[in-house]
Ligand binder design. Structure first.
Ligand code: FES
Ligand code: FES
Length: 212
């Protein structure tokens, strides 16, 4: 037989229970008010990008980043999302030949721009020289950072060739050389969790015809 104390309800219990039911009843109404005061999504806007040599016209929420456009709308998943905050370089792509962190850039800012992703650098049958050098020198382990590393490495050698100065140059007016220090400094925005840095430096030196 059940103990009568099982059915005893304390005054405090009644008050707490009542308050909880009152809160539960008012919650949907509050959520509704909040929803109705939230600003509506902005209307989609058209943009045309030239991605890996092909014109792509899209209608996008103006807040869409270039990274999400490439991955979610064009299904070019070679470009990786690491931090999504401009800190790891995994999302590096080339825009009109210059490297950028695609997570920090809105697609709509790139009307008419020429975007090159890892898929557009080379093909499995005909690798870009930098892709081939990464394979030769084992410049990756898990490979997650690799597309960004390769796009960045291609741009770095181009920057050095064009004489774009860097922080490690003693003389900013002198022509930069493809030295190990120069290449490492310029690649410092591309993080590799696996620590494949020395092999990446070897791969870049190989393509540059220099010493890592
Ligand atoms: Fe863009 Fe990390 S995902 S810098
Ligand atoms: Fe794994 Fe760079 S190869 S993060």
């Amino acid at each position: 037989m059940a103990d009568s104390s099982e059915f005893t309800v304390s005054r405090r219990g009644v008050i707490v229970g009542g308050a909880a039911s009152a809160m539960a009843a008012s919650a949907p109404a509050e959520a509704q008010t909040k929803r109705s005061t939230m600003p509506a999504d902005p209307p989609a806007m058209p943009v045309t990008l030239k991605v890996n040599g092909k014109a792509q016209t899209l209608s996008l929420d103006p807040r869409t980043t270039l990274l999400d456009t490439l991955r979610e709308h064009l299904h070019l998943t070679g470009t990786k999302k690491g931090c999504d905050h401009g800190q790891c370089g995994a999302c590096t792509v080339l825009v009109n030949g210059e490297r950028i962190n695609s997570c920090l850039s809105l697609a709509l800012q790139h009307e008419g721009d020429s975007i090159t992703t890892i898929e557009g650098l080379g093909t499995p049958e005909k690798l870009h020289p930098m892709q081939a050098a990464f394979v030769r020198h084992d410049g990756y382990q898990c490979g997650y950072c690799t597309p960004g590393q390769i796009c960045s490495a291609v741009a770095v050698l181009d920057e050095i060739k064009r004489g774009v100065p860097s922080h490690v140059q003693a003389d900013l007016t002198a022509r930069p050389q493809a030295s190990g220090m120069e290449m490492r400094e310029r690649m410092s925005g591309n993080i590799c969790r696996c620590g494949a840095y020395s092999n990446i430096a070897d791969a870049m030196a190989d393509v540059a015809g220099a010493k890592a």
